[in-house]
Design a protein around this ligand. Structure first.
Ligand code: FPP
Length: 229
């Protein structure tokens, strides 16, 4: 186990590669998401063991609605199943769940369950942000609109930061992307300004605690200068 990484307060994951993982096994993409959802639970549990203050995952982007209807349905169904047990598990582990993204697109009963989960866990110490209908640009536009609603005429960086969906989390120290692509894909656009990026070819369903250790160890060897020398 990576020794408890005190310098690492927030780790974020772009969970990529579910479809290819399934294809390699001649299985439908939906199966990759099912196993990916199990990996998600395992990795969250492991980050909790490491006592990382905040974990963020990119589960469904504002662009993912363009996927075939069956696949969107399968991901939403996994998300619904996750909500069934999430609250009990999160209360036991002292984890606060926050959904990042515009919830207004979801059916009212799903939205209510999401809000109830957030509300019931709101006093827990560790944060789990789940990006669902999340887009980094959408988040910034939303924050700017909130500033306007609040009557701010000259907007500062702090004004925006205070209105992001992730406002309760520190800025991400480390962003891990699985699946061998080297891009950010509209994830944490504002927050990633000084994040360390870690890319691995491992497909998300295969990601293990040992791989998280590798990412954390790579992070510890980085020299973070935040624009200084
Ligand atoms: C990217 O892989 C993955 C997604 C768009 C969905 C991620 C969803 C889960 C891990 C499961 C559901 C989540 C929760 C919170 C229960 P891809 O499909 O783009 O893979 P590919 O690049 O190999 O096609």
């Amino acid at each position: 186990m990576a020794d408890k990484a005190k310098q690492l307060k927030h780790i974020a994951f772009i969970m990529d590669g579910n479809g290819r993982w399934a294809k390699k096994r001649l299985m439908p993409r939906e199966y990759g998401h099912k196993v990916g959802a199990e990996t998600f639970r395992k990795i969250v549990e492991y980050c909790r063991e490491l006592e990382v203050e905040a974990v963020t995952v990119y589960a469904f982007s504002t662009e993912n609605w363009k996927r075939p209807e069956n696949e969107v349905k399968a991901i939403m169904s996994l998300f619904n199943q996750y909500l069934d047990f999430a609250i009990k598990e999160m209360m036991e582990k002292d984890i606060r769940i926050i959904f990042l993204g515009n919830k207004s697109v979801f059916p009212p009963e799903l939205r209510e369950r999401m809000e109830k989960t957030e509300n019931d866990s709101k006093n827990n110490k560790y944060i789990l942000n789940i990006g669902i209908n999340y887009g980094g640009r959408d988040e910034i536009v939303n924050a700017v609109n909130e500033c306007i609603k609040d009557g701010i005429t000259t907007i500062t960086e702090d004004d925006i930061s205070a209105r992001l969906y992730t406002k309760d989390s520190p800025m991400p120290d480390l962003i891990v992307r699985t699946g061998g692509e080297y891009r950010i894909s509209n994830f944490l656009m504002w927050q990633s300004a000084y994040s360390e990026l870690y890319f691995t070819d491992i497909l998300w369903p295969d990601l293990s605690p040992k791989d998280v250790d590798d990412a954390v160890n790579a992070f510890k060897n980085r020299n973070r200068r935040y624009g200084g020398v």
